[in-house]
Design a binder for this molecule. Structure first.
Ligand SMILES: Cc1cc2nc3c(=O)[nH]c(=O)nc-3n(C[C@H](O)[C@H](O)[C@H](O)COP(=O)(O)O)c2cc1C
Length: 223
């Protein structure tokens, strides 16, 4: 009996430990300050912009992730306006970031990642097999309440357009930095919304996969 009680106590301690570990995993993660100068000349970047659907295994460093997210939709002026335009400056798009470690939302003001889920949910961000191989999968989610009580008939178009500007910023950053990327509409939106515990007022617009290029096979590997 005494032994059973001790075992039970040990089990409870271990369970408590794993809960504490999970809670620690879900703390906001501060990002390094984004490097907002440099990059390749714009016309060369436009020349190289393209979609790629094959990814190498390398992860993004915290610095590269910070730079990527700032380029995507970071704050670039003291009044809080962003690197991408948004209809009526609604700033209604939140970027969900699925990494091998967890899913986070990008907090541009705090320059941090706010945890949503612990674990690797990259595969759930799209219906295509390659999405699990990307270093990060971005999911663009519109907060439809930002359109106000009487939304314009064009509100859905604004959400799509605003997402498009962010996604293009990501394409250009990737072309500048030698990263590969593809924007995606092929997403199981109801399943992903459930996984991310989205509210009915939050709408998934698009997703985008980003990573390092897959190394070409070496000549010896081809034989
Ligand atoms: C709104 C939108 C949705 C897209 N959805 C997907 C998608 O679900 N899967 C995919 O592999 N590519 C997707 N793409 C990428 C296009 O297929 C790609 O941009 C197009 O083939 C032109 O190639 P390029 O980007 O290299 O110029 C999408 C592009 C846009 C703009």
């Amino acid at each position: 009996m005494k032994r059973t009680t001790s075992l039970l106590r040990l089990l409870l301690i271990l369970m408590g430990f794993s809960l504490i570990t999970a809670a620690q995993d879900l703390k906001p993660i501060p990002l390094p300050a984004p490097q907002t100068s440099g990059g390749r000349p714009l016309m060369q970047v436009l020349h190289d912009r393209k979609s790629t659907r094959e990814f190498g295994p390398a992860k993004l460093s915290p610095q590269t992730l910070s730079n990527l997210l700032w380029a995507a939709f970071g704050i670039n002026r003291p009044d809080g306006r962003r690197t991408a335009p948004s209809a009526m400056n609604m700033q209604e798009i939140t970027i969900y970031v699925a990494t091998p470690d967890g899913v986070y939302t990008y907090d541009a003001k705090a320059n941090a990642l706010d945890p949503v889920l612990a674990g690797d949910f990259r595969a759930a961000t799209g219906t295509q097999a390659f999405v699990k191989d990307a270093a990060v999968d971005l999911v663009y989610v519109a907060d439809t309440t930002k359109a106000g009580a009487n939304p314009s008939p064009d509100a859905a178009m604004y959400n799509a357009a605003d997402t498009g500007f962010i996604a293009e910023n990501v394409y250009l950053y990737c072309a500048s930095e030698g990263l590969v990327v593809v924007v995606r509409a092929s997403v199981d939106k109801p399943a992903l919304a459930k996984l991310l515990k989205l509210q009915p007022t939050q709408a998934i617009i698009l997703a985008q996969s980003v990573g390092y290029p897959k190394e070409p096979a070496t000549p010896s590997a081809q034989h």
